[in-house]
Ligand binder design. Sequence first.
Ligand SMILES: Nc1ncnc2c1ncn2[C@@H]1O[C@H](COP(=O)(O)OP(=O)(O)O)[C@@H](O)[C@H]1O
Ligand SMILES: Cc1ncc(COP(=O)(O)OP(=O)(O)O)c(N)n1
Length: 236
Amino acid sequence: MTPPVVLAIAATDPGGGAGLAADLATFAALGVHGACVVTAVTVQDTLGVHAVHPLPAELVAAQIAAVLDDLPVAVVKTGMLASAEIVEVVVASVASRSLSQGRPRLVVDPVLRASTGTELADEEVRRAYRDLLIPVATVVTPNEDEFAALGRPDQPGVVVTRGGDIETTNDHGTGCTYASALAAYLAHGTDIPTAAARAAAYVTRQLNLSRPWDLGRGRGPVAHISTSPITEGVTP
Ligand SMILES: Nc1ncnc2c1ncn2[C@@H]1O[C@H](COP(=O)(O)OP(=O)(O)O)[C@@H](O)[C@H]1O
Ligand SMILES: Cc1ncc(COP(=O)(O)OP(=O)(O)O)c(N)n1
């Protein structure tokens, strides 16, 4: 038996709220095997992003090749890509694969700015998203600001995210979690509108779970803890 595999290409968040930690936890909760390629190491906490150290683009390319040459990746999900060279590497490594090589579908979460205000992508990165990555994506999940900053891309598969009704201070990482959930549902074979609706429902459930938490000095993380039967009866 082969489980569905999703590859996240994104950056680290040492507090475990956003980035690769959010991606992998979401994949596990939704029944897909998660592989991960690191694009950058960030120094951040629940108060904000203090530093970003992008990895050399060749190292990102080598990680992607190691995964794609070995595992049957159904979906690639990108988060923070940190440099225009890394965006180019993703396009060259993933989108240029032929269908006979098993080209994965591509979910692009265009992370441009943290909700605490720090810019996470310069103009060169935005241009690379606009000109190279978004045109080859299956699904793109910008929030309203990202959608505007990317020139309002008009193509099938653009799902503009719009926050929601739950009032909480524990929402760090919701964008990453939403896009990862959508990627996981796609990997299970769900169509795009259904995957988007299920991802929103998943985020709602997780935000309700973390709403009462007292975690961190700023905006705490959305829950990545599972509410599966394994954890029933255990108080988080
Ligand atoms: N407060 C909220 N209540 C309910 N759902 C939410 C809330 N915040 C986010 N979501 C869900 O998560 C998705 C992504 O959140 P959003 O805030 O748009 O992402 P980002 O962190 O990238 O700005 C939304 O489209 C929505 O489905
Ligand atoms: C490493 C890393 N990746 C992405 C983000 C942005 O996270 P996102 O879920 O889009 O939104 P906020 O957490 O900023 O609300 C990040 N901070 N770090």
